[in-house]
Design a protein around this ligand. Sequence first.
Ligand SMILES: O=c1ccn([C@@H]2O[C@H](COP(=O)(O)O)[C@@H](O)[C@H]2O)c(=O)[nH]1
Length: 241
Amino acid sequence: MMANVAERIIVPLDVPTMEDAIALLDAIPEVTFWKVGLELFVSAGPAILEQLKQRQKRIFLDLKFHDIPNTMAGACRAAGRHGVDLVTVHAPAGGAALKAAQIAALEGAAQADCPPPTLIAVTLLTSISNRDLAYELKVSLELTDYATQMALLAQDSGLGGIVCSPQEANELRRICGDDFLLICPGVRPTWAAMGDQQRAMTPAQAMAAGASYLVIGRPITQAPDPAVALQKICDEIVAPG
Ligand SMILES: O=c1ccn([C@@H]2O[C@H](COP(=O)(O)O)[C@@H](O)[C@H]2O)c(=O)[nH]1
């Protein structure tokens, strides 16, 4: 397995319990970067972060905070104390909330004497289609223009990156520059089911579009053999068919 490719794949621990999470960690020890989302954090709490640290894994705490500035700051300060690598907020919370969140995340890390997390903002969930944006959310901008506005809002607010679909990664990389993290879920090998993802690309396409990291869940975690699925994805990135 090409180490540098595998290290750019973040696998979500989208499972209901701590026991399920540990089984997944043990099934694919090759994974260096794990994502803890709402389901597992609400179920298992911060203890899952300790399990990951004991295994020297990198941690993406994906709780997608979206609230008023004071509440966002409190949540990000607490997240900063956990010593995780990445923390998510929603960009449409607005510039005041994003700035407050960024400052608070650094404060939390300093209080706990741990490295500060990189705060990243979700531009537009990858489960939202062009049609959903226009007809359900009543956003009149073109989807790429909306994602660009959210990315620039995050960058201007001092955040270190965004979560975006690989379909917008090329344009957002051009606009936001090389030092801004682009974390891309919505990644599907040709042999995997799309599920609820609406704006997806293959792993090789997503890397080529400028993603810093790919978030790939069900194609790996629900495969008959997750380690084989991970290896297949790495091979496809290195030598696209
Ligand atoms: O826009 C977003 C933001 C976050 N996610 C998260 O990524 C994974 C994707 O899992 P798959 O099984 O590969 O679909 C999941 O944890 C989401 O919460 C996203 O998909 N889109």
